[in-house]
Write a protein that binds this ligand. Sequence first.
Ligand SMILES: Cc1cc2nc3c(=O)[nH]c(=O)nc-3n(C[C@H](O)[C@H](O)[C@H](O)COP(=O)(O)OP(=O)(O)OC[C@H]3O[C@@H](n4cnc5c(N)ncnc54)[C@H](O)[C@@H]3O)c2cc1C
Ligand SMILES: NC(=O)c1ccc[n+]([C@@H]2O[C@H](COP(=O)([O-])OP(=O)(O)OC[C@H]3O[C@@H](n4cnc5c(N)ncnc54)[C@H](O)[C@@H]3O)[C@@H](O)[C@H]2O)c1
Length: 488
Amino acid sequence: MERYQAVIIGGGSAGMTAASGMASLGAKVALIEKRDSLGGDCLHFGCVPSKALIKTANMSHDMYEAADLLGLSISGELSFEKVKQRIDNARDTIQSHDRSDRFTELGADVYFGEASFESDHIINIDNETSIYADKVVIATGSKPVIPPIDGIETVPYVTNESIFELPSLPGKLGVIGGGTVGLEMAQAFSRLGSEVTVFEGADKLFSKEDQDISRFMENEISKELEIKLNAKVITAAYQSEKSVLTVEQKGQKTDYEFDVILVAAGRKPAIDSLNLENAGVEKVKGFIHTDATFRTSRPHIFAVGDTINTLPFTHAAGEEAKTVVSNVLFGLRNKLDHSNTPWVTFTVPEVFHLGMTEQEAKDQNIDYKVFRAHLNKVDRFITAHETRGFVKFITDKKGYILGAHAAGTDAGEWMQLAVFAKKNKMKVGTLSRMVYTYPVKAGAVQKAADVYWREKLFDGPVPKLTKKLFELKYKLTNSGKQEEQYEH
Ligand SMILES: Cc1cc2nc3c(=O)[nH]c(=O)nc-3n(C[C@H](O)[C@H](O)[C@H](O)COP(=O)(O)OP(=O)(O)OC[C@H]3O[C@@H](n4cnc5c(N)ncnc54)[C@H](O)[C@@H]3O)c2cc1C
Ligand SMILES: NC(=O)c1ccc[n+]([C@@H]2O[C@H](COP(=O)([O-])OP(=O)(O)OC[C@H]3O[C@@H](n4cnc5c(N)ncnc54)[C@H](O)[C@@H]3O)[C@@H](O)[C@H]2O)c1
């Protein structure tokens, strides 16, 4: 039986990072992936295809808007095949960076097959091969939750795993779940020309965001999409090649007919087939339970990424995997908390989230301050006619950043400044005292940060003191001059 210092199960964002880190340090490593290529959900069914779709949909939407605005006309029909080609092209280009030979060149052995625990140190691959692992990293990611809706199995619904393979653009698309996946997809399909309705069980959208952001975004998104809140999908049926959802809202039941249904009702860890019980690895609320060093209930077995209950994002999975490398190989106890890990929702406008929301600051009885700027006061956004949105910083009393939130065009790009400042324990005022090129979108960050100095300099005791000082100086200078005048 082949023996390894570390076996990594799952060749997605987390698994690939852990495997390349460990192999680069010279450890004998195996990486096991159940699909026939590496890359994981992010590459095949998640971030990459969805962002390629969103960009393409926005191009189409902006083109029609521009034509309208400039008196041009557009002819021809959108080719969904071409949309899919752009998605495939982006996927293929990134896939080439995630080739398995990149890992074999680093010295790792890559196995393609489904892994499960035979015992706490023996990993079985496809019921054929068994390998010995001194240490194990579980990085098997997550999969879509299919809610218990009567008849859902009779409907040919799609999830994020199949939506990018649709043969044609759906005329009418019903989306179950108004979370990140649901809204990003719903807006993109709507912008390509589908008629989209989103059914969200909760009473609001963007529920993890700061309340100002969620209220603003709910309003923005509702301008483009049909949103049904507090909507409970009770039954699903397939009739005459249409999917019919019966939805209960405010005690009333209504039937809606769609060409395609997207189920985007959340995700759960993909750990069912791992036989965790053979290794004694414990779960809590369906996630693998770990400590802050990513050790599970069995200290030689680690878990990272979407299998654990932290932040379900690619960059979070990657950072967890980096942290775990030295913990696995050198027995260190490096920890990672996600207080400086941002996330972005790639709707239009884009939403950026870092750290505490205002409500969280209130709940923790923190004496906080808020600094904000609206994009309609920022020249770059005014010149681009993209003034929908705002920036909001939440700081402690002294101005140290606790949270940073924004909605606006490309907010995910220009708000990265806030991550640097927060991680390096800077006051929000620091973001004011640097020279920004004029005019850039990051000017919104400066505008919000400027408020810190305005309050400090102009609302505090300083202006009173300087006023007195200037009055005194004026008197002294001018009283001499007046006497001189009288003498003449
Ligand atoms: C539609 C969509 C869009 C998203 N967009 C973004 C985004 O823009 N930005 C962002 O940060 N995050 C985004 N995410 C989230 C992101 O995809 C995940 O957080 C990330 O992929 C998690 O990485 P991971 O390594 O934990 O899991 P994955 O990347 O899913 O990798 C897990 C791998 O393990 C393999 N595997 C599973 N079981 C086994 C087994 N038994 N044996 C062997 N291999 C196994 C799987 O095949 C998979 O390749 C998106 C998710 C979705 C669904
Ligand atoms: N831009 C990004 O970084 C990005 C993009 C997409 C996904 N993701 C990640 O993927 C994760 C999963 O996304 P998701 O949108 O599937 O999950 P989610 O948890 O964000 O949203 C699921 C939504 O579905 C609703 N819901 C659940 N069951 C329902 C039902 N029966 N009827 C109506 N509504 C129902 C929930 O109330 C919730 O609002 C996210 O947490 C996110 O971390 C990230």
